[in-house]
Design a protein around this ligand. Structure first.
Ligand SMILES: [Zn+2]
Length: 164
């Protein structure tokens, strides 16, 4: 694989991390000086647990609002589930430090754990799979994650392979 097609997250040693965690995963500067930062919000331990799709989907819908509330002055671009279902990618404008993000994520997850009433956007006009949701599941997983406590995780890189 050519150097420019390397994906930073594949260089992370997923066996050397401890979830739940927030990790600064990338920082990009646009031509006009704007900064975009990406974080991993890893909720469960890679290759040991995965969140079923219905609770993960509901957490996604709830985090969309609660994370924006908790990050206040930071422009949230996106918070999307990882395909491996162990957490979320968070992309924001600017460069809030990891402690700040950790506090916002932990508080937003407490909002998810305590959420009552309807799931925002859970109808066929606003969601691509509106039947695949579980609020009880989302609440239980959020409580479980919070009980283990978020940390800031440094990037532990895999050894670089020699070029072929
Ligand atoms: Zn949806």
């Amino acid at each position: 694989m050519a150097a420019r097609t390397r994906v930073a997250s594949f260089d992370l040693d997923h066996t050397a991390v401890r979830a739940p965690y927030v990790r600064a995963a990338g920082r990009y500067q646009g031509p006009r000086g704007d900064l975009v930062s990406k974080y991993d919000l890893r909720l469960v331990q890679p290759n040991e647990q995965e969140i079923p799709t219905a609770p993960l989907h509901t957490i996604e819908h709830l985090l969309a609002g609660y994370l924006r509330d908790r990050l206040e002055d930071v422009t949230l671009i996106d918070a999307s589930p990882m395909g491996c279902r162990t957490g979320f990618y968070l992309t924001v404008l600017g460069e809030p430090d990891e402690e700040r993000v950790l506090h916002a994520v932990a508080t937003a997850m407490a909002d998810v754990r305590d959420h009552a009433g309807v799931i925002p956007g859970c109808d066929p006009r606003r969601c691509g799979n509106w039947r695949d949701h579980s609020l009880p599941g989302a609440r239980a997983w959020a409580g479980d994650v919070l009980a283990r406590g978020f940390i800031v995780q440094a990037t532990v890189e895999l050894p670089q392979e020699a070029p072929k």
